[in-house]
Ligand binder design. Sequence first.
Ligand code: TXA
Ligand code: MG
Length: 328
Amino acid sequence: METFIKTGEPSVIEEGAKIIKAGGIVGIPTETVYGLGADATNEKAVASVFTAKGRPQDNPLICHISSIDELDKIAYDDTGIAKYLFSIFSPGPLTLVLKKKDLVPDSVTAGLDTVAVRIPNHKTALEFIKKCGVPIAAPSANTSGRPSPTTAQDVYEDLQGKLPLIIDGGECGVGIESTVLDVSGEIPVILRPGMITAEDLLQHVDNVQLFRGRVLSAAPAPGMKYRHYAPNCDMVLSDSKEQTLSLYNNALENGKKPIILARSKNVDGYAEKNYIDMGFTDEEIAKNLYSALRKAEKISDYIISETVDDNGAGYSVMNRMRKAAGVK
Ligand code: TXA
Ligand code: MG
């Protein structure tokens, strides 16, 4: 199958919607990362998403909807907490886990009685979902285990030949995946940290629990037990400029081609070195992280990534950075 990248104008959105209605899969932009979309109500279409990504069957997908009004078709929100939180944070990078309704097949939820729902903050994505007229099940559009794609080209790199169309909506503004919040129990639990932080949520709900337990097969977010976001080469973390320089020099002595994913505040010390400037703020670093990993693995064989403070948005960045480096 030939894969086309086309910009998200109305005729292309129409073409994508036709593919979805016929049970096919389409690469779509969102504000976080690109998704690999299928009709969430069509078991066969959902199965081909798992096949294209090489995704384990027990890792459920997020259902994307275009407005709060569509929530009641797929999930129960007896307490109203989902509609309340969506009214504040959506469209945006917040995914809510709720008790599912029968319209959602077991293959989407990996047999769980809950479903993850999100309203992405991206014009093209919203128009596309509306045109499809069904909830769109979409994981990140990378090969399972690889860094998530933040451009249409990244999707092409991983999945060319496995889907007919990637809708190009430009570079993703957020760059890391949505916060996943389980609101199906008494206390909301953050299953995956993201740009909407516990601090943000605590402005609106009384309690939020962080999920930090050891990751076993019974992990609440089934995807958390798998290796994620991994580049094709070795990667280590560095907490300071001094550590970075010493790791860099050691790597050179060992015949490696190191590269630094550098915080902007440190780069003036790296003039003679190979580095990618990641930005000053946690938000900038989040936005650049996956594209930097994909770029670095092509020109180097040893990535030294400078860490950020482990709180607020930095907590979500460090969650991805540690996993990419294979830190348990
Ligand atoms: O930003 C995002 O969320 C992107 C864009 C495309 O929307 N999507 C994304 O999907 O990151 P994916 O499939 O790569 O990650 C979904 C995460 C996984 O960790 C999965 O285990 C968890 O959400 N998840 C999905 N359904 C769940 C459920 N019913 N209960 C608990 N966790 C669930
Ligand atoms: Mg993913």
